[in-house]
Design a protein around this ligand. Structure first.
Ligand SMILES: Nc1ncnc2c1ncn2[C@@H]1O[C@H](COP(=O)(O)OP(=O)(O)OP(=O)(O)O)[C@@H](O)[C@H]1O
Ligand SMILES: [Mg+2]
Length: 362
């Protein structure tokens, strides 16, 4: 296997007493679309700024393409950063904005023209070259910022919340664009986001951060279906969490007890998880019994308390006799569908032990 293009090795960054980034180690492979995901203030931007060279770690080191970056200033690093605020020059045309970085390096003439054309084509702005930024939409301005970064042919492109200023529709469009662009240019992308759907749908792998620490690094499906921490389970999507008593653990399994579920065997998220909560995703629970119960499914009686209708799917909030609240999502598959059960009605909830996971709370 090739060595990682980015190697973050035991990096800590303190501002005063608090560690904004705390003992973080991540290896990123060439050509990956890698996302740093976590809530506000968890240290995402600080980590990205250390990769770019705008901050210096207190501990640990950063290698890019095998070279130690400790003493390498930002302008000598093989990376480029796209800032959340775009940072395009308002008085310059699109073309001049894109050309700027190369001009500063003394590149001109045919070479400059060729690379500007190439960069504008990458972001599909060939027909906008004479416009000024205030004559562009938010999405087009973001593309100018991308072209400005890509024209320097960095080995790694760093993107700090690149789409957060765009409205929902445009953001979804630009998400597809960015993934396409990354495939085309074959540059490693490291993107910061606090939007879990954005990270899941765009990245090959994601590091989930909280309070400066990395809790889990995995591909989107593993993060969603096999989170190792309660925090990860709750941050990525929605989850039902049940407090359980762990009776015993055996390899990848745990024997647990819960008043509603009885004593059952469930999967453990990691070998060191010996107590914690059991989590279940809302779409894994069943409310509709048009199909017969699956072998091993546990059926619970409940009362429907509330329904949230989103068009394509509905969230149904129910409560069991012992007070346990659960949420179940169901797709509105047919237009002729009867729809959701009414609030106040009695229902049954089906849970299969295979869809439960014991996760650590630490
Ligand atoms: N220059 C600084 N001086 C002091 N504290 C800082 C500095 N920069 C960041 N911090 C602190 O470090 C922590 C991490 O900040 P950072 O900007 O990396 O978070 P973030 O994950 O990017 O958050 P957001 O999603 O809100 O952008 C925060 O508590 C922040 O207040
Ligand atoms: Mg930030």
């Amino acid at each position: 296997m090739r060595p990682p293009i980015v190697s973050i090795d035991g990096v800590t960054k303190r501002f005063g007493e608090t560690a904004a980034v705390d003992q973080v180690s991540i290896d990123i492979q060439a050509n990956e679309f890698f996302a740093l995901l976590g809530p506000s203030g968890c240290g995402k931007t600080t980590l990205l700024r250390m990769l770019a060279g705008f901050e210096t770690p207190n501990e640990g080191r950063i290698l890019i393409d095998g070279d130690d970056m400790t003493r390498v200033p930002p302008n000598r690093r093989p990376v480029n950063m796209v800032f959340q605020s775009y940072a395009v020059f308002p008085h310059m045309t699109v073309e001049a904005n894109v050309a700027y970085g190369l001009k500063v390096e003394g590149i001109g003439g045919a070479e400059l023209r060729r690379r500007v054309d190439e960069a504008l084509a990458m972001v599909r702005l060939e027909n906008f070259r004479a416009r000024k930024p205030d004559q562009l939409s938010g999405g087009q301005r973001q593309r100018v910022a991308l072209a400005r970064a890509l024209i320097k042919r960095p080995k790694v492109l760093l993107l700090d919340e690149p789409l957060s200023a765009l409205d929902k529709k445009l953001r979804e469009q630009m998400q597809l664009e960015l993934v396409r662009l990354q495939h085309e240019v074959g540059i490693t992308f490291v993107m910061v986001t606090h939007d879990q759907e954005e990270a899941l749908s765009m990245a090959n792998r994601i590091a989930v951060m909280d309070h400066g620490r990395v809790l889990q690094i995995a591909d989107p499906r593993t993060l969603y279906e096999h989170p190792t921490h309660r925090f990860v389970a709750e941050f990525i999507g929605t989850v039902n969490s049940l407090d359980v008593e762990v009776r015993s653990v055996d390899g990848p399994h745990a024997r647990i007890r819960h008043p509603l579920l009885g004593e059952i065997t469930v999967e453990r998220a990691a070998p060191d998880v010996e107590r914690g909560v059991v989590v279940a995703r809302p779409e894994k629970l069943r409310l509709d019994f048009s199909a017969p119960p699956v072998d091993g499914e546990i059926l619970l009686d409940a009362v429907v308390e509330q329904i949230a209708y989103y068009g394509d799917l509905s969230f149904v909030f129910v409560r069991c006799p012992d007070g346990t609240a659960l949420q179940i999502s169901r797709y509105n598959v047919n237009r002729q569908d009867k729809g959701d059960p009414a609030a106040g009605s009695l229902c049954r909830v089906g849970i299969h032990p295979d869809d439960l996971l014991l996760v650590g709370t630490g």
